[in-house]
Ligand binder design. Structure first.
Ligand SMILES: [Zn+2]
Length: 322
């Protein structure tokens, strides 16, 4: 491996073809274009090696979604429907194919990490995934990219204990629902308090159930919470639980809609805060799961803040040496 290429970015021009119907929808192709332009023009460009995703296989999808939903989603797209399950979830003719490429990015990146061919892996995908339920689209999300990646890591590479850490401004209800009874997957989320924010789940009292009791950790923050509170939640609340759990692999659900300029939530994070989060995720990787940190893009809708924050996060991720 060329040591300069320390960041593998799994990306595909087809991600731009998921059309959410026009100017009013915040989840648009320009999000990825803004990220790409920012990274290409900045200091990380020399460290990046781009690679296309494999589309997720039927087998990979079926561990996270009902087959009836997969048929329904594919049919809705091919039949020319404009949305599925709720008008939030806008689709076009190609959305099913694009969603397969988004869901396949994680497994593609995991193979590279496991082969030692990538040091860090970032998947700037759309549509995002963390709100998607087993049988329902939700919150712009069609397929649950993080759950599909976690199950792939377990089944294809034998890494049983998976941490999914999610600091998108919104609670990842779809991830929690998929893993809350599973003691082998720890889901930790920092998000705006559900009283004030979509989707209305993610109270601190939700801690998993049955055999998975104790492997869900929600840290809701009040509107206006800033970088100090974000870092305190991650280091003070989540890190001790991660140390007890001892993950073998880490999936980061990186949403940047907690930025103070992003009006999808009332949080007040900055790009410097995301830089510090990047350093922390790298540190967790070195301590708990060396070479096995996968970052998946979730939300982030203010184009300039998103691009700047992604770059700052990745710079933090790459700044920490083992
Ligand atoms: Zn979000």
């Amino acid at each position: 491996m060329n040591p300069a290429h320390s960041l593998t970015v799994i990306t595909d021009r087809h991600y731009l073809r998921h059309d959410t119907g026009g100017a009013d929808h915040p989840e648009i192709a320009a999000r990825l274009t803004a990220i790409r332009q920012q990274l290409a023009a900045g200091p990380l460009a020399r460290q990046i090696r781009e690679e296309p995703p494999r589309p997720a296989s039927r087998e990979q999808l079926l561990v996270a979604h009902r087959e009836s939903y997969l048929f329904r989603l594919e049919e809705a797209a091919l039949a020319g429907r404009s949305f599925i399950d709720h008008p939030d979830n806008q689709i076009c003719f190609e959305s099913y194919e694009v969603a397969l490429l988004a869901a396949g990015a994680g497994p593609t990146a995991i193979d590279r990490l496991e082969q030692g061919a990538a040091v860090q892996a970032f998947c700037p995908v759309r549509p995002p995934g963390h709100h998607a339920e087993r049988g329902m689209a939700m919150g712009f999300c069609l397929l649950n990219n993080a759950v599909i990646a976690a199950r792939y890591w377990q089944r294809a590479h034998g890494r049983q204990r998976i941490l999914i850490v999610d600091w998108d401004a919104h609670h990842g209800n779809g991830i929690q629902a998929a893993v809350e009874e599973d003691p082998d997957v720890f889901y930790a989320s920092v998000h705006e308090h559900p009283t004030f924010s979509f989707p209305g789940t993610g109270f601190a009292e939700e801690t998993g159930s049955g055999p998975g009791l104790g492997t869900v950790l929600n840290v809701p923050l009040l509107p206006g919470a800033d970088d100090v509170q974000l870092l305190a939640a991650l280091t003070g609340r989540i890190e001790p639980a991660v140390a007890r759990f001892q993950p073998e692999a880490i999936i980061v659900c990186a949403g940047f809609d907690g930025h103070r300029l992003d009006d999808m939530a009332g949080l007040a994070f900055t790009s410097d805060g995301y830089h510090q989060v990047g350093r922390l995720m790298a540190d967790w990787g070195h301590r708990f799961a060396p070479g096995r940190v996968l970052t998946l893009l979730e939300g982030g809708y203010h184009l300039a803040a998103l691009a700047e924050s992604v770059e700052a996060y990745l710079a933090g991720l790459l700044a920490v040496d083992p």
